[in-house]
Design a protein around this ligand. Structure first.
Ligand code: 4NP
Length: 159
């Protein structure tokens, strides 16, 4: 079993979207029992809330279901997950700061670095304060990133 935690700021828009897109991909590939996924936020403002309605509606239109309740990243995540994937550079910096001194085994990486043929060091733009288009952009990037992430897991973890 390989495990992946997607992390954004609030855990109500980008990381639940990545989790939902990845879940749909794993289901389609018959890999649901080989790769465990979850999502969390570096901030706790929305802890306990369902994903943002705008994210949920945009995902549903593509046949992707968003689930779960927002939670903050915790120290145990760095021990329990094989991969922790940050949705933007600030999330990545925050995760690296949290990981310092924890001696966890999780590999911390940036989501868009998994997009095959894409540029490196790019953010998944935060859609929270923007228009409807932002949620479609997040879904587009999540589609490409999750495919690339799965390809990476297939080659590095043999799933
Ligand atoms: P997310 O989006 O990090 O993709 O879940 C945000 C959600 C809430 C806030 C910021 C970003 N907020 O400031 O409350």
């Amino acid at each position: 079993m390989v495990s992946v935690l997607f992390v954004c700021l609030g855990n109500i828009c980008r990381s639940p979207t990545a989790e939902g897109v990845m879940a749909a991909l794993l289901e389609a590939e018959g890999l649901g029992d080989r790769i465990a996924i979850d999502s969390a936020g570096t901030g706790a403002w929305h802890a306990g809330e369902a994903p943002d309605r705008r994210s949920t509606a945009a995902a549903r239109r593509r046949g992707v279901q968003l689930a779960g309740q927002a939670r903050r990243v915790r120290s145990a995540d760095f021990h329990e997950f094989d991969h922790i994937v940050a949705m933007d550079g600030q999330n990545l910096a925050d995760l690296r700061a949290m990981a310092r001194g924890l001696d966890g085994g999780a590999q911390i990486s940036l989501f868009r670095d998994f997009v095959e043929g894409g540029e490196r060091d790019l953010d998944v733009p935060d859609p929270y304060y923007g228009g409807a288009n932002g949620f479609e952009t997040v879904l587009d990037i999540c589609d490409a990133g999750c495919r690339g992430l799965l390809a990476h897991l297939r080659t590095t973890c043999g799933v």
